[in-house]
Design a protein around this ligand. Sequence first.
Ligand SMILES: Nc1ncnc2c1ncn2[C@@H]1O[C@H](COP(=O)(O)OP(=O)(O)OP(=O)(O)O)[C@@H](O)[C@H]1O
Length: 241
Amino acid sequence: MPEAERIERLTFESAQVWPQAAETRRGEVALVTAQNLSREYGKVAALKRASLSIFPGDSIALLGTSGSGKSTLLHLLGGLDQPTGGELSWPALGDSADLRPSKVAFVFQAQSLMPPLTALENVALPLLLLGANPEAAKQQAAAVLDTLELSAIAGQLPEELSGGQAQRVAVARALIAKPQLILADEPTGQLDSATAQHLMDVLLAALSPQTALVMATHDETVARRLNTVWRMKDGVLEEHP
Ligand SMILES: Nc1ncnc2c1ncn2[C@@H]1O[C@H](COP(=O)(O)OP(=O)(O)OP(=O)(O)O)[C@@H](O)[C@H]1O
């Protein structure tokens, strides 16, 4: 194999197991890239010098114990929080002021739906925030709920839903504006294992090849459903063994 091709292959393969801070990979532009990214809360170093890039099609499990810095990293990657050190940019997405909800969407652990709104209205919300016509937004929300086999509960309020149904509605809300980057913070954390696996089925089936998913989890079984595992320990993004 020619030397140049060998080096390119080695570079590509290492990018599969170890988060690189390169802005491009095989001609693709990174959705988000970070170099020595740090976040301190007073004396607590929640994230220590993380360098990484995330590309379209990546599905990454962020595995680590409680307090290891997973939520801190997700919030920074989504522009919900500001780093105290390092560089962070969204080469394929543009300005951090302009990230949500059509470019980046979050799925949180639990109870993130708006209580006075029905499931359908919750799912339509990102489109309304983007200025869509309300009727068109509701029609699109109904279509997404249908895809996730949730049409029967479209008119119900969050308090009337099971934990698994509520999380699937949260996934529908994250997907509706066709974001390129989905950041999920332990979306299966409060679900039993069968319901958690069903949520993963739904989420993975709904991803397009242009979309990247980063999911924080404690659960190795959930992590194994994704292509890559990144481990965090005491604020450090560690190499996967
Ligand atoms: N707003 C905050 N103020 C002060 N300390 C914080 C804040 N947010 C997080 N921390 C601290 O930063 C560290 C990392 O927290 P983080 O929530 O990122 O961990 P995590 O891996 O997501 O944990 P969990 O799995 O329990 O959600 C912890 O020591 C936490 O106490």
